[in-house]
Design a protein around this ligand. Structure first.
Ligand code: MLT
Length: 263
């Protein structure tokens, strides 16, 4: 793992393989190791970059709220540091929210987009209220308490039942984070703008992926994005919940490689 100073934070990243670059944006409240099963599948043909958002994993907290715009600027800064002008951007859930913010600011730097288990709408009032309750959970009760609340929503029931190693992996990613980093990203997500109008302006090849059992970013949201983005392909990963890339590794990787080969 390497580290580089970007804006007012230090970002931990991995940079492996050679070929056209693909940069993975991790979900909340995880870290870049959620992509451990994607890296080996791609690194023989692509330059694969993963990193921890500020306040997650081994990246430093930086200053201020971790808005999706701040994340977008961090991604642009990381690309500058790594000498990458354009890349395929693959974001899952919060990674997708950040991908929208990046596209809004830096469209010319996006060669292709993968939007996995994400949604374009902003939070509802109720959703925003629940985010701020979670901020209190993170700050007052800590990340084990947050993991208890979130894991049942992140994984399909069948995954929780049959793949205890995945449950343990997700828990260790959550508990390995910094409570304040999690709190700041929760506020950043609560404040994110609606990106639905942006979908119509996305003019690069786009893959929309969804887990058939995803309750947080449900298939109806993915279908909407697939309809509104002009050059989009939609694929449902059967049996996967919200973390489709680690619940159904082979199906996720096959869809991704197939898309990358064609785009
Ligand atoms: C994520 O997986 O990144 C989060 O569930 C996103 C969210 O809470 O909206």
């Amino acid at each position: 793992m390497k580290k580089v100073g970007v804006n007012d934070a230090e970002l931990a990243y991995r940079d492996e393989g050679a070929g056209p670059p693909i940069i993975f944006l991790h979900a909340f409240p995880l870290n870049q190791s959620m992509w451990d099963d994607q890296r080996p599948a791609l690194a023989s043909n692509y330059r694969v970059i993963t990193f921890d958002w500020r306040g997650f994993g081994e990246s430093s907290l930086g200053g201020g709220t971790s808005t999706m715009g701040v994340f977008a600027d961090d991604l642009a800064g990381l690309m500058n540091e790594l000498g990458i002008d354009r890349a395929t951007i693959c974001g899952l859930s919060m990674g997708g929210y950040a991908a929208f913010a990046f596209y809004r600011k830096y469209a010319a730097r996006v060669a292709a987009l993968v939007l996995a288990n994400t949604r374009s709408n902003a939070d509802t009032e109720d959703g925003r209220r629940r985010r701020y309750e979670m901020v209190e959970v993170a700050r007052q009760s800590g990340l084990s308490a947050l993991a208890d609340k979130m894991i049942p929503k992140l994984l399909a029931p069948i995954t929780s039942k049959t793949k205890p190693q995945i449950v343990r992996w997700v828990r260790s990613m959550i508990e390995g984070n910094q409570a304040e980093g999690i709190a700041r990203a929760l506020i950043g997500m609560a404040e994110r703008p609606d990106s639905t109008a942006l979908l119509l302006e996305i003019n690069c090849p786009t893959l929309v992926l969804v887990g058939s059992e995803d309750g947080l970013a449900p298939p109806s949201e993915a279908e909407k994005m697939g309809r509104l983005i002009p050059d989009a392909r939609l694929e449902a990963i059967q049996g996967a919940g919200h973390l489709s890339n680690l619940e159904r590794v082979d199906d996720f990787n096959r869809a991704l490689v197939d898309f990358l080969e064609r785009s």
